[in-house]
Write a protein that binds this ligand. Structure first.
Ligand SMILES: [Zn+2]
Ligand SMILES: [Zn+2]
Length: 317
């Protein structure tokens, strides 16, 4: 049986707490992003060239859109659409190249945070409540060790997948073949901009969007009783591949479309539509396809209630 996607992978016993825990230095991840950022800061200006900059932009866009947003988040984590296994593997591999974690690590990280944010109270780490610089240190270099964590159970389809197990074990090493290729074609400037600058900008950018998307910005929906609300970070809509429409995502986690209102640019959605046009994506879920949530309240029209979910504009394909 396939579990319903999202934080349903988290099985919380009655005494499980999303609030009690301590933030500890996450040594491997900290050294990884710390050294890549230092290499980018030192090597980036020294090796700047316009072709290397173009490589940085193109590889960032491909890994963020195909990989992080569509492959990891909308497909693997939320199953918001279906696609052939080879396409899922390709997109998830590209998501691993963003340099944040392997596929299983990403699911775990996402689902723990999702579960914690939906509870009545949660740790400051999960809610991005601390100051800008402390949140940067916590999210990029540390991890939260809960005193009484819930159980995390991956669905068998993913738990028994040998490709994902391999990519999970080796996620950092997957930068190496690309580093070698870029070095062979364009020397140091391609290696520094195509790997070090790209990974550090994407990982730090992901944290920045996550920081603001839980603190300030546009809100059309409130999830009643949740410790953390999502906000739309307008400025980052396009460059985050649509992920910055985070208020919509908190309201409709299973929707493949994140930019729900006119003007909310959503490149990840455009890519899923392109997959669909090519016959590669089916069963694409929109807010109207999801079960109604009694905790969901629309801010602009508090009386609209569940009728809003069935509004045709959310179902525009
Ligand atoms: Zn969130
Ligand atoms: Zn999500």
């Amino acid at each position: 049986m396939e579990l319903v996607p999202g934080s349903e992978r988290i099985r919380a016993a009655r005494d499980a707490s999303p609030a009690a825990g301590r933030v500890c230095w996450a040594k491997p991840r900290s050294l990884w992003i710390g050294s890549l950022t230092l290499a980018a800061l030192a090597g980036g200006p020294l090796t700047f060239a316009w072709d290397a900059f173009a490589l940085f932009l193109a590889t960032s866009a491909i890994t963020l859109c195909f990989g992080h947003s569509v492959g990891m988040h909308r497909r693997l984590i939320h199953s918001s659409f279906h696609c052939p296994r080879w396409l899922e593997y390709l997109c998830v591999y590209l998501g691993t190249l963003v340099g944040m974690a392997g596929p299983i690590g990403m699911i775990r990280f996402h689902d723990f945070r999702d579960w914690a944010q939906r509870q009545a109270d949660c740790h400051d780490y999960f809610c991005h409540r601390r100051s800008f610089w402390q949140d940067a240190w916590w999210q990029l270099h540390c991890e939260l060790v809960l005193d009484r964590p819930p159980r995390f159970a991956l669905e068998p389809r993913l738990a028994n997948d040998r490709f994902y197990a391999f990519v999970e074990r080796t996620w950092m090493a997957h930068q190496l073949p690309w580093a070698l290729l870029f070095f062979t074609i364009g020397g140091w400037s391609w290696l520094v901009w195509g790997v070090c600058v790209r990974v550090s900008v994407c990982v730090i950018g992901h944290w920045l969007v996550g920081h603001f998307a839980h603190r300030q910005g546009g809100q059309d929906w409130i999830v009643e009783g949740a410790a953390a609300q999502g906000y739309n970070v307008k400025l980052a809509g396009l460059i985050s591949m649509g992920e910055a429409w985070h208020n919509n995502h908190h309201a409709f986690p299973g929707s493949a479309k994140l930019g729900l209102f006119p003007g909310q640019m959503d490149p990840g959605w455009w890519l899923i539509k392109a997959f669909e046009a090519a016959g590669l994506a089916t069963d694409i879920k929109l807010p109207a396809d999801l079960p109604a949530r009694k905790q969901l309240r629309r801010l602009a029209d508090p009386l609209a209630g569940e009728a809003v979910l069935a509004e045709p504009r959310y179902a525009v394909r």
